[in-house]
Ligand binder design. Structure first.
Ligand code: ADP
Ligand code: MG
Ligand code: MG
Length: 251
């Protein structure tokens, strides 16, 4: 499904190489976790895949179901089935959360040549999914993320993901800043979306999220590369011993 080969990325503004050859392949139906020290390039990878500006791809490739992602506009990548839950969700004053979600859902349907969701159907679906994530109906009416708590913003990211039903979901530290209960809600939201045809890339600092979202593969990223991959026990190793041992081992 998601196939990244020797991906190299630098900042557009500065001569600074951030990704130095990332290789990663996520099959449909699997959950991959990426852990790694701060500044290793985890967010950069998710930004580059989703099409954020400011980065220049200097080598390598990234495809989703064989289609070159790097040549597409961000909205085309979304229509192709890619979703990124932000590490720092943005507030959008003046745009109602419900309007935002409905516009996104219908834009994606249109791009795929599907019929729009009717207002009544949308309302039914969004209310049900919001309830599962314990998102208050009142929050659906407020401007996107404005005045939301950290936990509410992260749950709102998962609501967007649930509404858009992407093929490939990337979660960038969606668990950071959440208390245990909110983290469990996020994990439950992800687990409900797990399916044969869908892949996940879960970027996290914490093993405890991975207790709830059981990953198939865990990768360690350091200095712009994936330096080690393994099973869920790799996350436990990191939790217990930090990154130093692994980094020494691969050095
Ligand atoms: P991580 O998510 O693993 O903590 P990031 O991808 O956020 O790492 O950052 C990787 C490196 O690239 C860091 O050294 C960071 O400071 C740098 N970096 C990323 N984006 C920018 C930017 N827009 N301007 C300057 N430095 C950046
Ligand atoms: Mg970071
Ligand atoms: Mg980051």
């Amino acid at each position: 499904m998601l196939n990244i080969k020797n991906l190299q990325v630098k900042l557009e503004e500065e001569d600074k190489q951030i990704l130095k050859g990332v290789d990663l392949s996520v099959k449909a139906g699997t959950v991959h976790a990426i852990m790694g020290p701060n500044g290793s390039g985890k967010s950069t990878l998710s930004y580059v895949l989703s099409g954020r500006e400011g980065y220049e791809v200097t080598g390598g490739s990234a495809t989703l179901d064989g289609v070159d992602l790097l040549e597409m506009e961000p909205e085309e990548r979304a229509a192709a089935g890619l979703f990124l839950a932000f590490q720092y969700p943005v507030e959008i004053p003046g745009v109602g959360n419900m309007t935002f979600l409905r516009t996104a859902v219908n834009a994606q349907r249109k791009a795929r040549g599907e019929e729009e969701m009717s207002a009544a159907e949308f309302l039914k679906v969004v209310r049900a999914k919001a309830k599962e994530l314990q998102i208050d109906a009142e929050m659906l009416k407020r401007p996107v993320n404005v005045g939301f708590s950290g936990g509410e913003k992260k749950r709102n990211e998962i609501l967007q993901m649930a509404m858009l039903e992407p093929k490939m979901c990337i979660l960038d530290e969606t668990d950071s800043g959440l208390d245990v209960d909110a983290m469990k809600l996020v994990a439950d939201g992800v687990n409900k979306l797990r399916s044969e045809g869908r892949g996940f890339l879960v970027i996290t600092h914490y093993q405890r999220l991975l207790d709830h979202i059981k990953p198939d593969v865990v990768h360690i990223m350091a200095d712009g590369r994936i330096v080690k991959s393994g099973g869920p026990q790799l996350a436990l190793e990191v939790e217990n011993n930090g990154y130093a041992d692994i980094l020494n081992e691969v050095a």
